[in-house]
Design a protein around this ligand. Structure first.
Ligand SMILES: *Cc1c(COP(=O)(O)O)cnc(C)c1O
Length: 519
């Protein structure tokens, strides 16, 4: 990178490089320097009085030099962060079809409720009497989650889906230990599973045993049954699965598992396809996490912390971790220690979970109502099937038949084109869309997993379809070179993502650190 005149010019900027600007900016796309590169020693946005002379009580341990903060004026700081924010892609700026992530609209009403001072300005260590409303809110959220899933118990504390898996699998281990069945240490996981499933099982000391998928993209029931035995602790199954397909044999699977003495953990990350339509309890599930940040519209990705409550069946209910909210004659209280009839396995978090997310999720539930939640699921499935129907003649659906809330393609439609799934996704960025999930699930080659969610209009879906159809046609027409050069219209082109992940440059040092960045 050439930084003459303090600007970064990019000689490899591709076909749009023919437009050369004196500033290095491209329209309103500003080439923003790092804040440290803009800083000037001594400049400041505030005018503080000289500190009073005080007697040194630190035994001479005084700081000798500055701490290296960049010197900028207030307008410089404002512009810097505003410009950076404009480089972000977010659900608020466009379609975000990232399969398995349920990037739906986060209603503004949720935010308004979460900012109410009575909810936003409380502290977890406040006396219980002073936070009765907040505890009532948690209790009501628990009620909704139990009602929607048909399950008798819930742990609200897990901090995200993977943490919920961890919670559910510890409860399963505790139940097995209570039965004296420490020998049950094998966990069956379909090969289409999200990576967190085997990771959770392995991190708890279970042995992971993978179950193959059949030609329909579902669990191979015969292969599953053949794996059952006296050492099986649990099955971890996602439904709808990560191919976007409902597992139609789930009741039979649950029955066989229970007959063999195992517990049924369901990864509920895809609950947005079935919420209000199917109660997981009726499918024979013993524990399931719910990603509030997916199904119930609380922000995620860069937008906020996750929240992954876990619902439990009667068999696992005694092991629900502390703390939990109960309602008695003196109002609501948090149970913080073991009480009779319960065998909590311990705690997962210092306090009681992501309160701000509880507020947002309950706001979503109450504003939609049970009929609205069912409608959202139906619309999510309808939108995904609309995309599937509009694309199946130019892209290759991985499996036959309709899908649930997301549609899965493989890369057969790119065969012999010289264009990979990655190239295709990068070209989609130039079209103004966030790419779909790529190369997951692993059961199909070069996967492209598209989840539109219910909050997109038909017009937005049609625009997306038009771009995908055009890209598919261009790939087939032999424009591989253009795909390899994509994205061309972004502030940065293809990053060495592996290097960025393995050797992140997280600290600015005065001499040329930015040159080492991964481009
Ligand atoms: C998102 C997801 C998870 C993990 O949830 P986090 O909240 O990201 O920890 C697990 N399984 C599936 C199928 C998912 O889509």
């Amino acid at each position: 990178m050439d930084k003459s005149q303090g600007r970064i010019s990019r000689p490899d900027a591709g076909p749009t490089a023919e437009i050369v600007t004196a500033s290095g900016h491209r329209g309103l796309q500003i080439e923003e320097l790092l804040i440290f590169e803009q800083g000037v020693p001594g400049r400041s946005g505030v005018d503080l009085p000289e500190p009073p002379k005080v007697k040194d009580r630190l035994n001479g341990m005084r700081r000798q030099g500055g701490i290296g903060l960049p010197g900028l004026s207030e307008p410089q700081v404002m512009r810097h962060f505003t410009r950076l924010s404009q480089k972000n892609y977010a659900i608020d700026s466009g379609l975000y079809p990232l399969g398995s992530c349920t990037m739906k609209h986060n209603p503004r009403l949720n935010e308004k409720m979460a900012r109410l001072p009575g909810l936003a300005d409380i502290h977890p260590l406040q006396p219980v009497k002073t936070v009765q409303g907040a505890l009532a809110l948690m209790h009501q959220l628990a009620h909704w989650l139990k009602t929607l899933t048909g399950m008798p118990a819930v742990a609200l504390t897990p901090g995200a889906g993977a943490h919920g898996e961890f919670c559910g699998m510890i409860a399963i281990r505790a139940a097995l230990d209570a039965r004296g069945q420490q020998a049950r240490r094998r966990v069956l996981v379909p090969e289409s599973a999200h990576g967190t499933n085997p990771a959770t099982a392995a991190s708890l000391g279970f042995e992971v045993d993978s179950i193959p998928a059949d030609a329909r993209g579902r669990v191979d029931v015969a292969a599953f049954k053949a794996k059952l035995g006296p050492d099986v602790a649990a099955l971890m199954l996602t439904n709808p699965n990560t191919c976007g397909l409902f597992e139609p044999d789930i009741v039979e699977i649950a029955q066989a598992l229970h007959d063999a003495g195992g517990y049924f953990y369901c990864d509920g990350a895809n609950f947005n396809a079935i919420a209000g339509r199917v109660r997981p309890a009726d499918l024979g599930i013993d524990a399931m996490h719910i990603n509030l940040h997916k199904t119930f519209s609380t922000p995620h990705g860069g937008g906020g912390p996750g929240s992954g409550p876990v619902v439990f069946s009667e068999a696992l209910a005694p092991y629900v971790p502390l703390p939990y909210v109960v309602h008695g004659k003196d109002g609501f209280r948090l149970v913080e220690t073991r009480e009779s009839g319960a065998e909590p396995f311990g705690r997962l978090k210092t306090f009681h979970g992501q309160m701000g997310m509880f507020v947002r999720a309950l706001t979503y539930m109450l504003s939609h109502g049970s009929d609205g939640i069912r409608q959202a699921s139906e619309d999510a499935v309808l939108n995904a099937n609309y995309l599937l129907a509009r694309l199946k003649d130019v892209m290759t659906p991985a499996f036959e038949g309709p899908c649930m809330h997301e549609c899965l393609f493989d890369d057969r439609f790119l065969k012999d084109s010289g264009v990979s799934t990655l190239d295709f996704a990068k070209a989609l960025i130039d079209e103004g869309f966030h790419p779909m999930t790529m190369y997951f699930p692993l059961v199909v080659h070069g996967a492209l997993l598209v989840e539109p969610t219910e909050s997109e209009t038909k017009a937005a879906l049609d625009e997306f379809v038009a771009s995908l159809r055009s890209l598919a046609a261009r790939a087939k027409a032999g424009e591989a070179a253009a795909f390899h050069a994509a994205p061309r219209l972004t502030p940065r082109r293809r990053l060495d993502e592996t290097r960025a992940a393995r050797q992140p440059v997280l600290r600015w040092k005065p001499s040329g650190t930015s040159r080492q960045a991964a481009e």
